[in-house]
Design a protein around this ligand. Structure first.
Ligand code: SF4
Ligand code: SF4
Length: 261
């Protein structure tokens, strides 16, 4: 625990991201007041310009590494942090911006920017764990605020977060949802996707599109057989795995196997 207020020092860092996961921290609302009583919010530019120097007891990191400057900065953040937790699909898998990993980033830049020569970027978007040691990865795009609270509570209590690694299907069963695939023939990535959202999309009669990334042991080959049975074709399957978690190993390998067919 850091000296000063006597409370553990919390820092929240942004890398390449949309800020949605940091907003999930702010979205804790009532709990945030309690949290502010339990920790010193020492560095959180989304919430306040006032900052306190490190070292920090716990760093939450949002976003992926897409520039050489970010690759250097995350090493400094790690050196200043006793514990480091990555939050969201960008930080844990490279995010939607990792679609560049399957293409030529200079072509993307030329299509988007009037003066692509001003853009200085790496060819890839990579998760934080590719660059420094990470103590825990919390999935989601954005992360679920109840899971975020559990992670914060666990690290403050020096215990392992109780975050289940099963699939969205389990959450559907717990909610008593009728399976959208079995009942309506709707393609759904729920069987291979990490739980955490409370089966949000299937609860609204929509298929899951995998925003929490792969579960612990996903059987994408088996799911793809089902998806083909529903009329999905190779380009549909490649697109299904190449969204927010396209670079997560299990989804990347599933899309690459489809691309090679
Ligand atoms: S994981 Fe999703 S919500 Fe979070 S910063 Fe990345 S794009 Fe935004
Ligand atoms: S059901 Fe799937 S796509 Fe929808 S919020 Fe949950 S993990 Fe994300």
């Amino acid at each position: 625990m850091a000296a000063g207020t006597g409370k553990p020092k919390l820092a929240v860092w942004k890398f390449a991201s949309c800020d949605g996961c940091q907003l999930s921290v702010l979205d804790l609302e009532d709990e945030l007041l309690e949290l502010a009583g339990a920790v010193e919010i020492a560095y959180f530019l989304e919430a306040s310009r006032a900052t306190v120097e490190g070292p920090y007891d716990l760093s939450l990191v949002e976003g992926s590494v897409t520039t050489t400057a970010d690759a250097e900065r995350i090493r400094r953040v790690r050196a200043e942090s006793r514990r480091l937790v990555t939050i969201g699909a960008c930080a844990t898998a490279g995010g939607i911006q990792a679609l560049r990993n399957f293409a030529d980033v200079s072509e993307f830049a030329a299509a988007v920017y009037a003066h692509p020569s001003y853009i200085s970027t790496l060819d890839t978007s990579t998760p934080i764990a590719d660059h420094v040691a990470v103590d825990f990865e919390l999935h989601g795009c954005p992360v679920d605020k109840r899971q975020l609270l559990e992670v914060l509570s666990a690290f403050l209590a020096e215990r392992r977060p109780a975050i289940p690694e099963y699939s969205v299907c389990v959450e559907c069963k717990r909610r008593g949802n009728v399976c959208v695939t079995v009942a309506h023939g709707t393609p759904c990535l729920g069987p291979v996707t990490h739980a955490g959202c409370g089966a949000l999309c299937p609860s609204c009669d929509r298929g899951c599109y995998g925003c929490f990334g792969p579960m612990e042991t996903p059987n994408t080959d088996s799911l793809n057989v089902w998806m083909r049975g529903l009329g999905e074709e190779t380009p549909d399957l490649i697109r299904a795995y190449r969204t927010f978690n396209a670079n997560a190993p299990a989804f990347r390998e599933a899309s690459e196997r489809e691309a090679e067919r």
